[in-house]
Design a protein around this ligand. Structure first.
Ligand SMILES: [Mn+2]
Length: 342
């Protein structure tokens, strides 16, 4: 009975006087948090792109790095606006202005959505030579669009050194090879610098099958010039691009390399896909054809022989020398010597 008395008196003392008041105060403070937490969880903050409560927060603990604890970005990005008013009537903004307008793009033109984990990592690869104003128009419109699409992306400008014959396809192979040294990109958008997307619903996400993005271009009245066209803007996953052995390295001068790529896709047992024509819309910056990019007279013969040449002409035979690789804020510039004939 002595044992029993001691137990009951301990219990009584715990709920007496100061101890009781402190306990109740503590419980009260805990209860007070409920409406505060509820408010925080359900209120939209204008400073956030969207609130956490819309997201599907994974219940797994973070595995590595802060990225792992972010919720996945939604399948349909919430800030898409549809049609984009694109115009080249003004002088393209200076780089310093474009940098100020895109503060979240840095480190070689790299962007990641800050509040969610992007569904894919995309390298935008631009074959390039001497189109400085086109590039500024491109950056002006495409950086905000790609950010609204909530991609983890970076822009690679692959600049052909020298004045020899231009080789768009080989430059794209170089862009692929150099970008994967920097980051584990899952897919690659090969992009002419003079094409600007006019509808952000045409999302540059990793495609299930090689995707032709620039189906509608103002120059062609937003119609497909022919059904097998695969030029302008295309996107392939790393696996798809490796399967076709990349682009050919042998198309010097203008034309043919895109049709050769169409053949590679076909001969690899894949089909090309496109978005609906009402969102596959691009505005082209008009320009003269440059010296060094005259039509390639061999192109017709070359695209007849893709099936025989593709296994020994592409990523597995790519040779080049990087002259310089520079991470600017809005893009990574790779100036490259591709051993061009005069
Ligand atoms: Mn062009």
């Amino acid at each position: 009975s002595l044992e029993k008395n001691r137990t009951s008196s301990t219990v009584t003392v715990f709920f007496e006087g100061a101890v009781r008041r402190k306990t109740l105060a503590l419980v009260f403070v805990f209860i007070l948090q409920v409406p505060v937490l509820y408010y925080l969880y359900t209120t939209e903050f204008e400073t956030l792109y969207y609130t956490i409560d819309k997201q599907n927060i994974p219940d797994k603990p973070a595995e590595a790095g802060e990225e792992a604890i972010l919720p996945d970005c939604p399948e349909t990005p919430p800030d898409l606006q549809g049609n984009i008013d694109v115009s080249f009537a003004h002088t393209a903004p200076e780089i310093s202005k474009l940098e100020a307008d895109n503060p979240l793009v840095k480190d070689g033109g790299h962007y990641k959505p800050p509040y969610c984990k992007a569904l894919c990592k995309v390298a935008i690869v631009i074959p390039y030579r001497d189109r400085e104003e086109h590039l500024r128009y491109f950056l002006e419109y495409m950086h905000p669009t790609l950010q609204r699409q909530q991609l983890d992306y970076a822009i690679y400008v692959v600049n052909q050194a020298g004045t020899g014959k231009f080789n768009r396809a080989k430059l794209m192979n170089v862009g692929y090879a150099e970008s994967i040294k920097d980051h584990d990109f899952q897919c690659f958008a090969f992009h002419d610098v003079d094409l600007v997307l006019e509808n952000d619903k045409s999302i540059y996400s990793c495609p299930s099958s090689p995707r032709h993005l620039s189906a509608g271009v103002d120059k062609f009245n937003y119609q497909l010039p022919y059904s097998a066209i695969f030029g302008g803007v295309t996107e392939l996953t790393k696996e798809q691009f490796q399967k076709v052995n990349g682009y050919s390295n042998s198309f010097w001068g203008w034309g043919g390399e895109d049709d050769d790529m169409f053949n590679r896709v076909k001969f690899s047992g894949m089909n090309i896909i496109r978005y609906p024509m009402d969102i596959s819309r691009y505005k082209m910056i008009t320009h003269q054809r440059e010296k060094g990019n005259e039509p390639n007279p061999k192109r017709f013969d070359q695209i007849r022989r893709t099936k025989d040449t593709m296994a020994n002409d592409g990523l597995n035979t790519l040779e080049y020398k990087v002259v310089s690789k520079q991470k600017n804020k809005l893009y990574t510039n790779v100036t490259v010597d591709i051993m061009a004939p005069a």
